[in-house]
Write a protein that binds this ligand. Structure first.
Ligand code: FAD
Length: 412
C-alpha cells in the first residue's frame, strides 16, 4: 500500500485529503496512507474571520475553524503538524521523495501541493507593534496590541485585507489612517470605480485615507516599538500600531529542484496536474481556467475548497491512469467592511468597463457588471447578494455580455 503526501493542512489541503478518501466518480477512494503536513504547530485556522470577528474581539481564535476541522478523525489521516516539507525530489517513474525538516524522507506515490501563500513584509528589521494578518498567531498578537488601546492605527495597503483591518479597527473606535501607494485602491486588478468606492466608504467612516503615497520607512521609539510612519511625500504619520496588508507570495521556494514549473505559483495544466503524480490547489496553484481562457491564481476561500476537492480527485485519476477533467469555475469571494458585504464573482481586469446595473455608488449599495468587448468578465455587488448570485450563475453558463446584461434589463 502506498502513501500520498498532502503538503499544507489548511483549507485546500484538507479538502484534497477528503476527496482522496471519498474517491472520484465511480472510483474508490485512496486506501493507502495519507500523510498531511503543516509547518504550523496547530491546525491552521479558517482565515477569513481573522480580519473580521477575531480582530474585532468577537470570537476567540478557536472559533475560527476550517469546515473539516471536526471531521478529521473520519478521514484516517496521518496529520503531522509543526512539520515543514523542505524539498521534493524529481519524479522517479513510480513516485517521488519528500524531504521533511525533521530529516525524514517520505517515499510517496502522489503529492498534493497546498502550501498557500505568505505575507509580504515592509523592508527593514521587525518592529514591535507592526503586524500582518495571515496566521492565527498574527491575529492574536494584533488583537493584543489593539486591546491595549492604541491612539493611532496605520494600515499600509488598501487591498481587501487592509481595508477589512481598517474597518474592524474603526469598529473598535480607534483612529485609523489607511495608506495606499497607488492613486486608487486595487487599481492594478479592478476598474478604478471600485477602488474609489472603497476609499469613499472608509472616508465616510472617519478613516484618514491617503492615496498615491508609499511608505519610506518606519520609525521606532526607544522601546523598540513603532511610533511613526514616514511617507514618500515627506509627511509623517504617528502610529502605535501598524497593520501591513501589501499582498502575499505563493510558497514555492522549497520546490526548486523538483522539476515542477514554478512562476508566481505552482504551474498546473487545466486539470490541476503540476507534473507526474503531483497536483496543486488553493492560493499556491496557477492554472489555465478553460472557462475564461486565461491563466490564473486565485486567493479566495471558495476556490481553495473546490480546487482542493478537484485536485484530490485529479490525483486519484492520475494514479489510476485516467485522464483528468478540466477545472473551470467562476471565482467568487466576499469581503465584510462595516455594514457592507462586498461580493465579487468572475475575473475582472483593471481596464474592464464598469457598468452599473442596480443602485448607486453614492448610496454605497449597488451592483455592477464588468465588460470587456462582447464579454462580461465579472459582477460586483455591495449589499446586493441576489444580483451577484444571478450574474454568477449566468457567468457559469456563458460569459457572453448580452446574456448576463439581459438578466438586469429593466422590465415594464
Ligand atoms: C486575514 C484573511 C482574510 C481573508 N478573508 C477572505 C474573505 O473574506 N473571502 C475570501 O474569499 N477569502 C478570504 N481569504 C482568503 C482565504 O482564506 C485563502 O484563499 C485560503 O486560506 C487559501 O487556503 P490554502 O489552503 O490554499 O492556503 P493557506 O490557507 O495559506 O494554507 C497553506 C498552509 O500550508 C502550510 N505550508 C506552507 N508551506 C509549507 C511547507 N513547506 N511545509 C508544510 N506546510 C507548509 C502553511 O503553514 C499553511 O497552513 C482571507 C485570507 C486571509 C489571510
Amino acid at each position: 500500500m502506498g502513501t500520498i503526501a498532502v503538503v499544507g493542512a489548511s483549507l485546500s489541503g484538507l479538502h484534497a485529503a477528503e476527496a482522496l478518501r471519498a474517491g472520484a466518480a465511480g472510483a474508490p477512494g485512496y486506501e493507502g496512507e495519507v500523510v498531511v503536513l503543516d509547518a504550523s504547530p496547530t491546525l491552521p485556522p479558517d482565515r477569513p474571520p481573522l480580519s473580521k470577528q477575531v480582530l474585532a474581539g468577537e470570537w476567540e481564535l478557536a472559533q475560527a475553524k476550517v469546515p473539516l476541522a471536526d471531521r478529521l478523525g473520519e478521514l484516517d489521516l496521518d496529520l503531522r503538524l509543526g512539520t515543514t516539507a523542505t524539498w521534493l525530489g524529481p519524479d522517479g517513474g513510480d513516485g517521488r521523495t519528500l524531504g521533511l525538516d525533521d530529516g525524514t524522507e517520505l517515499q510517496v506515490e502522489g503529492v498534493v501541493l497546498a502550501t498557500g501563500a505568505a505575507v509580504r513584509h515592509l523592508p527593514g528589521p521587525p518592529l514591535g507593534g507592526v503586524h500582518a494578518i495571515r496566521t492565527g498567531e498574527d491575529a492574536v498578537a494584533l488583537c493584543a496590541d489593539l486591546d491595549a488601546g492604541p491612539s493611532r492605527v496605520v494600515v499600509v495597503g488598501a487591498g481587501f485585507i487592509g481595508a477589512e483591518a481598517a474597518a474592524t479597527c474603526r469598529g473598535r473606535g480607534l483612529e485609523v489612517t489607511m495608506l495606499e501607494a497607488a492613486s486608487t485602491p486595487m487599481v492594478r486588478v479592478l476598474p478604478p470605480e471600485v477602488g474609489a468606492f472603497v476609499a469613499d466608504l472608509h472616508r465616510d467612516q472617519g478613516v484618514d485615507v491617503r492615496l498615491g503615497t508609499g511608505v519610506e520607512r518606519l520609525e521606532a521609539g526607544a522601546d523598540g516599538r513603532v511610533r511613526a510612519v514616514h511617507l514618500a511625500d515627506g509627511s509623517v504619520v504617528e502610529a502605535d500600531v501598524v497593520v501591513v496588508g501589501i499582498g502575499v507570495v505563493p510558497q514555492t521556494g522549497w520546490l526548486e529542484g523538483s522539476g515542477l514549473q514554478l512562476g508566481d505559483g505552482v504551474v498546473c495544466d487545466g486539470t490541476m496536474l503540476a507534473g507526474p503524480r503531483v497536483v496543486a490547489c488553493g492560493d499556491v496553484a496557477r492554472w489555465p481556467n478553460p472557462h475564461f481562457g486565461e491563466e490564473m491564481r486565485v486567493e479566495h476561500w471558495e476556490n481553495a475548497v473546490e480546487q482542493g476537492g478537484h485536485a484530490g480527485r485529479r490525483l486519484l485519476d492520475e494514479l489510476a491512469g485516467r485522464p483528468g477533467t478540466p477545472f473551470g469555475p467562476v471565482p467568487w469571494f466576499w469581503s465584510d467592511q462595516y455594514d457592507r458585504k462586498i461580493q465579487l464573482a468572475g475575473r475582472p481586469a483593471a481596464t474592464d468597463e464598469f457598468v452599473l446595473v442596480d443602485g448607486t455608488v453614492e448610496e454605497r449599495r449597488f451592483a455592477a457588471l464588468f465588460r470587456r468587448g462582447d464579454r462580461c468578465t465579472a459582477v460586483l455587488g455591495v449589499n446586493r447578494p441576489r444580483h451577484v448570485m444571478q450574474a454568477r450563475m449566468q457567468l457559469a453558463e456563458s460569459l457572453a455580455w448580452d446574456a448576463v446584461a439581459a438578466r438586469f434589463a429593466p422590465t415594464d
